[in-house]
Structure formats: structure tokens, C-alpha cells
Design a protein around this ligand. Structure first.
Ligand code: UGA
Length: 444
């Protein structure tokens, strides 16, 4: 099938490459000329495992091409995916102007009736607005085409986006017309033939809600375990064991019960905020989600509280921060909890020494006063304490004795459970590990 993907950011490019892998004839369209030029030469402008190889392979098979011309991208497409950004507005609501512009562009350039698919995460009932935009622009142009609006949310995670797209837990398709459903089923047939998973066919509004409900639930699961972590610290229990034991219950499951610094990234913080806003607009006060947000903000303040407790004044201290990406496996620092931790440390007057295996370049401008270290050991050497903000494997590989040798004061604040706390203690380190019984400060 001829597929146009409008907006080749993270979600759009992964979707485009995966539909090319499934044998479709895909064209990626974006108004960012630099991005298009980079992709035309086979260079993926962000970090995502497996994606560069997939894009390169399908540039050579001819299954994928890229253009900056809306006329070229949209003409002849049977399906157009809208994958443009939905940034948050000041009041927390998503800004849907790019979505509206994308729909208008489809109506302006379509050469036949098409299926227009919302892939960007959008509020429930956005499908109706897209239909309106298509209709208004279609009338303005006098085209007479009847476009079918579909919601097909994605559930891919950064770092495993290609795998999540080709081997999803489920495919969700919301359409309000038989034609919309029929075209989407045909599009997904090659995926379903190689990977058997539930295919949820529903209406547009329900599909839109499935996406927000899923992300909000996962974020709430994380905040729940972070609240349990605080209680474990106060009560002298181990949240890791609590989570493992809870997870053995098939109704609960162990996934997304890792206590830590809270959720970050380009999705959960924005989507939870948007969902609170959407619910309020519909007339429902989603207090539970506001509590999820509150606990997440608290989680990010935890490292500073521990450092104040264990080291006292930070104004004359050097603090090593390991990890700035919002999670391992990505160079993305959007809403990364580490950024709040670093802000807190700088506000206390600490000298901050930063390391991350891939994401440092994205924070150089934001923290001009910080020291940027190419190796984790360089950040640790001579620091008064270390805070782990992202649980990269290479940090786990640092032995407790080496850690003790490198640090000036033996203080470790492990916000991501990168290390086994008892192994650190055996090496003579004082450890504040998230969700562990609180140890007294040295000398107290
Ligand atoms: C998330 C969802 O997992 C995807 O299903 C969804 O498609 C995507 O958002 C989206 O809406 O586009 P992603 O943002 O890539 O994917 O990252 P996650 O792996 O979900 O992690 C989000 C944050 O939660 C990270 O900061 C991570 O460190 C944190 N987290 C995750 C925890 O603190 N504890 C956990 O147990 C799991």
C-alpha cells in the first residue's frame, strides 16, 4: 500500500521504517528541511537502536523515501499517518495546531479519498476535529473527496521502538467507517501474519482514550511504587522485595514497579498532564492522576534531601551525577528527572560533575557551570558524593571497592538502584538507596 507518514520524528520515523519493513511503499514527509536531507542520505538524526539499519535497508529496497514537499508526499497515498508533535501549552493542554495543519495539508494535496490516521497522542475527540479540518479544507478546494479518519495509537518505547512496533502487545485501530477499518486491516495484515497479537478494532473515541488511559496507568503504577518506596525507607523495609513479591501476582505484574527518580521522557509527564486537562474539560476531576503527578515531583526531590542529610552543606562540595538521559538506552533528555536533580544541586551551590554515555551533548548548553566528564570514573574521582540518575549498565559494572577508592567522601545516593546496597555497605560506603531502610548519616 502507498503510505505517507507526515512528521518523521521519533514515532513517525519508526512507524515509517516498520511499514516499509512490512512491504509497504512508504514516503516520509516533514517540513524540517535538515531532517529530510539527513534522512535522504540515510542518517537518522536521533539515537534509536536498530532504526538506522532498518532505514538504510529500505532506502536501498526502495520501500522508503523522504520528501519535504507535501504535494509529493500526499499525492497517491492510500493512508496518511499524522505523526506531528503535540507540545504542551502553558495550561497543560496539548497544542493541536500542528495536527490541524497536517489535516488541512492532506485535504489540500490528496489526489483521491484517503484514510487519515492520527498516530500522535491526542485528546479524545480530536478525530472529530480532524474530520472537520479535512472537510473545511476540502470544501475550500472543492475536491469532493471523502476522507476516513482513524485513530491508531502507538505503544512504542524509546530504546526498543522498532521491536515494540514490529512485535506489539496489541494493535488498536479506531475507525467510524467500514472503509477505515478495511484499509487498516489490510495495512496490518503483514504484521499480523508474522506476529500473532490482539487486534482491537473499535471506534475513534475509544481508541484515543486507550492511549491516554494506558500511559496514565503506567505512570500511576510508577508513582504508586515510589510512594511505597518512601514508606519502606521510613519503616525499614526493602521496596525491591516488596515489588518482586507484588509482581508475582499475575493481576499486578512486576513491570513498571521499579521505584526510582520518577517518570520522565517526552510522553508520560506530558500525557498525564494532558489527560488531567482533558478530563477536566469533559467535566471530570481526575484527582488520582494529580496525585500521580505530585508523587512524581516528590520523587525527583529525593536525591537532594538525601545529600543534605548525609553530606550536610553542599555549597563547597563536588557532586558526581551519573546519567542524565530520562532512562537507559536513549539520549533523550526531555523531562529527564536528572535535570531537576542537577538544577537542585546547582541551586544549593554544589559543583556538579556530569556523565552520561550518550546524552551529555544535549545538556551542555543548559548547565554551562557543570563539568562534563567523558568517563564515569572522571566524574567520580574526587567527588564528595555520587548520585545515580539513570541506571546505565556501565554504572552497574563499577565495583563497590573502586567506587570507594574514587570518592572523597564515601557517600552514594542511588536513586535508580544501580547497585546492590549491601555490597556498597560492605565496601565501607554510606548508601541512600531508593526504597531501602534509611541509614544514619556518617558520624551521627
Ligand atoms: C512510554 C510508554 O512505555 C510507551 O508504551 C508509549 O508508547 C510511550 O511512552 C509514548 O507514549 O510514546 P517511553 O516514554 O519511551 O515509553 O519510556 P518508558 O520506558 O515507559 O519509561 C518512562 C519513564 O518511566 C522513564 O523515565 C523511566 O525511567 C520511568 N520508569 C519506568 C520508572 O521510573 N519505573 C519503572 O518501573 C518503569
Amino acid at each position: 500500500m502507498r503510505v505517507c507518514v507526515l512528521g518523521v520524528g521519533h514515532v513517525g520515523l519508526v512507524s515509517a521504517a516498520c511499514f516499509a519493513e512490512l512491504g509497504h511503499d512508504v514516503i516520509g514527509l516533514d517540513d524540517d528541511a535538515h531532517k529530510i536531507a539527513s534522512l535522504q542520505s540515510g542518517v537518522v538524526p536521533f539515537y534509536e537502536p536498530e532504526l538506522p539499519e532498518l532505514v538504510a535497508r529500505h532506502i536501498s529496497t526502495g520501500n522508503i523515501t523522504f520528501t519535504g514537499s507535501a504535494a509529493e508526499g500526499i499525492a497517491g497515498a492510500e493512508v496518511v499517518f499524522i505523526c506531528v508533535g503535540t507540545p504542551r501549552k502553558d495550561d497543560g493542554a496539548p497544542n493541536l495546531s500542528h495536527v490541524q495543519a497536517a489535516a488541512a495539508s492532506v485535504a489540500s494535496h490528496a489526489t483521491d479519498s484517503t484514510v487519515v490516521v492520527e498516530k500522535s497522542t491526542v485528546p479524545v475527540r480530536t478525530g472529530e476535529r480532524i474530520r472537520q479540518a479535512l472537510s473545511l479544507q476540502g470544501q475550500a478546494r472543492g475536491s469532493g473527496f471523502v476522507h476516513h479518519v482513524v485513530s491508531n495509537p502507538e505503544f512504542l518505547r524509546e530504546g526498543s521502538a522498532v521491536r515494540d512496533t514490529l512485535y506489539p502487545d496489541r494493535v488498536v485501530v479506531g475507525a467510524d467507517s467500514d472503509r477505515g477499518h478495511a484499509v487498516m486491516r489490510e495495512l496490518y495484515e503483514p504484521l499480523l501474519a508474522r506476529h500473532d497479537c490482539p487486534y482491537v478494532a473499535t471506534d475513534v473515541r475509544t481508541a484515543e482514550l486507550i492511549k491516554h488511559a494506558s500511559n496514565a496507568f503506567l505512570a500511576t503504577k510508577i508513582s504508586f511504587i515510589n510512594a511505597i518506596a518512601r514508606i519502606c525507607e521510613l519503616a525499614g523495609a526493602d521496596v525491591h522485595i516488596v515489588a518482586d513479591a507484588m509482581g508475582h501476582d499475575a493481576r499486578i505484574g512486576r513491570a513498571f514497579l521499579n521505584a526510582g527518580l520518577g517518570y520522565g521522557g517526552s510522553c508520560f509527564p506530558k500525557d498525564v498532564e494532558a489527560f488531567v486537562h482533558i478530563a477536566a474539560e469533559l467535566g471530570y476531576d481526575f484527582g488520582m492522576l494529580r496525585e500521580t503527578q505530585r508523587i512524581n515531583i516528590q520523587a525527583k526531590a529525593w536525591p537532594l534531601q538525601q545529600l543534605r542529610r548525609l553530606v550536610w552543606n553542599l555549597a563547597d562540595k563536588e557532586i558526581a551525577v551519573l546519567g542524565v538521559a530520562f532512562k537507559p538506552g536513549t539520549d533523550d533528555v526531555r523531562d529527564a528527572p536528572a535535570l531537576d536533580v542537577i538544577d537542585d544541586l546547582i541551586a544549593e551551590g554544589a559543583a556538579v560533575r556530569l556523565h552520561d554515555p550518550v546524552a551529555l551533548d544535549h545538556v551542555r548548553d543548559r548547565f554551562p557551570q557543570a563539568t562534563f566528564c567523558d568517563k564515569a570514573e572522571d566524574a567520580l574521582r574526587g567527588a564528595h558524593a555520587v548520585v545515580v540518575c539513570t541506571e546505565w549498565d556501565e554504572y552497574r559494572a563499577i565495583s563497590p571497592t573502586r567506587l570507594a577508592e574514587l570518592l572523597t567522601y564515601p557517600v552514594v545516593v542511588d536513586a535508580r538502584r544501580a547497585w546492590d546496597p549491601s555490597a556498597l555497605e560492605d565496601a565501607g560506603l554510606t548508601v541512600a538507596a531508593v526504597g531501602q531502610p534509611q541509614v544514619p548519616a556518617p558520624g551521627l
